[in-house]
Design a protein around this ligand. Structure first.
Ligand SMILES: *Cc1c(COP(=O)(O)O)cnc(C)c1O
Length: 384
């Protein structure tokens, strides 16, 4: 892809792998299922020896992901949690991490119930408050893990200020970029050392794939993380690499529509009497709106909202016809969840209550359908 350096990222992503197979000129890059590779001679390698360590289809995917995030090295995993687990293997007993409190429930569970046992401690902090992050730093703090927008309340963390803080305190700056994708937000530009994705969400984009990604900003950390990936083995299989590569080619187009639809729906929700709060960074009322305008190219497709009664939330879920009541997000099809009983069920009740994750709170992943149809569906489900 070196020859395409003067071309925009979007174009490079669309053209990833095109014509790279010299034998056939294939437009769609080949899917290499081979588990192992013939050595040309003793002590020689084609660059591929064994598929856990490297696979041509995965390599193209990983290079494309690194290019999209502006990092030095990409790595593809069998799920977002596999990516985060591998990343956490970088730390050792005694290390302390600071983590966004408005966090994906699975990451909380992994830290709280698994890595905690290995002596890695965590403080959960409101990372939209830079002072609070600084105050949580101890002698043992090694990293800051941030989700922005947060999940499910879509709070915005200041990537530039947090990046500076991490450099000053010599912390690794880890950013889970699942909610916006590199089309809208590239944390490495703000000093992130590692970008994380659940590629099950926007990157995959069709609710048909489970995958995870790490992108390291620099080559040295990339090598260290690759060592952990190869040693622990949670790689993304070739077929899924090929599917994900195909998905990435339409990412920019999909994201454009997700953003347009989400904005229209958030504005509509704001006007409904049964809706008491709407959380969408694209609304001028959102406390992180201006910050998000500065650090992103758009506000994404996730909208959370609170209803007047828990019963109404339950009723809405059972009445929706086009929007599916299902976990996950980021696909072309709209999905809605009740975080308190689904994605965030592993967060202790008192902590959930403090954060405001109650049974009146719904999280909508706005798909790329016609926004008018989605609004009609929400309207009929809210009534009554
Ligand atoms: C879904 C999700 C994950 C976990 O990814 P999986 O692909 O489900 O393992 C991590 N972080 C965020 C923000 C997510 O939404």
């Amino acid at each position: 892809m070196d020859k395409l350096d003067h071309i925009s990222r979007t174009t490079r992503t669309v053209l990833a792998g095109v014509g790279d197979d010299k034998k056939t000129g294939a437009i769609s890059f080949p899917l290499y299922h081979s588990a192992t590779y013939r050595h040309p001679a003793l002590g020689q390698s084609t660059g591929f020896d064994y598929t856990r360590s490297g696979n041509p289809t995965r390599m193209l995917l990983e290079e494309t992901l690194a290019d999209m995030e502006g990092g030095a090295r990409g790595m593809a995993f069998s799920s977002g949690m596999a990516a985060i687990t591998t990343l956490l293997l970088h730390f050792k007993s005694g290390d302390h991490l600071i983590v966004s409190e408005d966090l994906y429930g699975g990451t909380y569970r992994l830290l709280d119930q698994i890595f905690h046992k290995f002596g890695i401690s965590t403080s959960y902090v409101d990372t939209s408050d830079v002072m609070a992050v600084e105050q949580a730093c101890t002698q043992k703090t090694r990293a800051l893990l941030v989700e922005t927008p947060g999940n499910p309340l879509l709070g915005i963390a200041d990537l530039h200020s947090l990046g500076k803080l991490c450099r000053r305190k010599e912390l690794l700056f880890l950013v889970d970029n699942t909610f916006l994708s590199p089309v809208l937000q590239r944390p490495i530009e703000f000093g992130a050392d590692v970008v994380i994705h659940s590629a099950t969400k926007y990157l995959g984009g069709h609710n048909d794939l489970c995958a995870g990604v790490l992108v390291a900003a620099d080559e040295k950390l990339g090598e260290q993380l690759y060592f952990l990936q190869n040693s622990s083995g949670a790689i993304l299989p070739p077929q899924d690499c090929w599917l994900l590569l195909r998905s990435l080619k339409t990412l920019a187009l999909r994201i454009e529509r997700h953003c347009l639809n989400a904005q229209v729906i958030a504005e509509w929700l704001l006007k409904q009497p049964q809706v008491t709060e709407v959380y969408y960074p694209g609304l001028p009322e959102h406390p992180g709106h201006e910050l998000n305008c500065r650090q992103t190219d758009g506000h994404g497709g996730m909208v959370s909202f609170r209803l007047d009664h828990a019963e109404r939330a339950a009723q809405l879920l059972s009445r929706l016809e086009l929007i599916s009541f299902a976990e996950s997000l980021g696909g072309v099809e709209s999905l809605i969840t009740l975080p308190a009983v689904q994605t965030h069920a592993d967060i202790p009740v008192a902590e959930r209550a403090r954060l405001g994750i109650c049974e009146r709170l719904l999280r909508l992943s706005v798909g790329i359908e016609d926004a008018n149809d989605l609004i009609s569906d929400l309207a009929q489900a809210l009534d009554g």
